[in-house]
Design a protein around this ligand. Sequence first.
Ligand SMILES: Cc1cc2nc3c(=O)[nH]c(=O)nc-3n(C[C@H](O)[C@H](O)[C@H](O)COP(=O)(O)OP(=O)(O)OC[C@H]3O[C@@H](n4cnc5c(N)ncnc54)[C@H](O)[C@@H]3O)c2cc1C
Length: 375
Amino acid sequence: MAQLQIGVVGGGVAGLSAAFRLAKHNHQVTVFDPDPANGASHAAAGMLAPASEANFSEIPLLRLMQHSNELWTDFAAEIEAVSGMPVGLRREGTIVIGFEPNDARDLERLSEFQRELGIEVIRLTRHQLKELEPETGGPFPYAAMIDSDVQLDNRKLMDSLLAALDSLGTRFVRQSVSAVNERGDGGYEIVLDDGAKVQPDAVLVAPGSYVGTISGLPKAVTRSIRPVKGQIIRVQASPELLRHVIRAKVYGKTLYMVPRSDGEIVIGATQEEVGFDTTAKVRPIAEMLSQAALLLPGIGEADFIEHMVRFRPGSFDNSPIVGRYEDSNLFLCLGHFRHGILLSAALSKYVAMAIETGKQPLEIEQFSATRLEAS
Ligand SMILES: Cc1cc2nc3c(=O)[nH]c(=O)nc-3n(C[C@H](O)[C@H](O)[C@H](O)COP(=O)(O)OP(=O)(O)OC[C@H]3O[C@@H](n4cnc5c(N)ncnc54)[C@H](O)[C@@H]3O)c2cc1C
């Protein structure tokens, strides 16, 4: 296959995972980003949780998430083999808890839907929950195990991707892209903040929530993504406090706790339609922490490490927009929304194929940029 020069705009998980696949195929990849690996991909909890996220959502997206979850084992190993750095993939499964009877009823209904889709949801007795997680409170009216929902450490993943790309010879240009302009021959070129122009064979646009700030792109592209604010917390506990990912409903609100191997616990997250508002409000932080303490009382003794705000890139229909834009050299990897870490194993594979072949792979047919025309 001919070697291509590919410019990747945005060094989040979308851009870097695609850059990795392309660099491994010996293409000459340059990533443009003033601050790579510090967007939503830095904030995320790292859950690979298609089943828990099923939530009566669209079935094609759920199937893509499940497929991507399966791809992660090999993809993680591939990245680790090049970088020599682990991505923290853990397959202990996810425990689902309903705190009070209404929460339990909601989760019962969800589990029926999940089972109809072929997802295994195993009810846990109080004793079984205590065996798996001795520090949980309760008793809770609902507890279940979903083995297929797992996690990786997204910060380790991003470090590992950066190191892997470095050893594959990928260039990093630490500048903002101010425009992606049509050249006149149907092709697109990249314009940097300092005015420099770059004309690669293919331009992959993956700046997450910020695509609307880049001029020159077709309007249908720039208006397709909105930022969805997420506030998320990290605390440091002892590694014995929690071993499994816990997803819970507490008085109707959804909460998750994701334990890392060193005892860090990621607690999240809000989902707010407030544009690029970076303020930290006391109420959602207090709510998340008090709900976490209801589920896991010992968390009150953990050290508070971090509160972070980042923006999920949500598309007009909340599904990714991936592939070639019309017949041009412009390719999109956008709209990863709440599942960007999970989806990146699959979306990077298929967007790399689209760049190499010029065709939309069947696996992402439903997520192509042709949807933009109808939006
Ligand atoms: C609180 C929270 C929790 C989450 N938890 C999970 C989870 O558990 N599991 C999961 O699968 N997903 C999760 N997500 C979603 C996931 O984080 C996102 O879908 C994913 O990170 C999006 O990746 P991205 O590369 O598109 O965007 P980002 O990671 O935001 O990266 C975009 C990059 O583009 C760069 N950029 C922006 N503008 C320009 C420009 N003009 N020129 C050059 N570069 C530019 C930025 O600097 C940034 O590095 C979570 C998100 C949040 C906010």
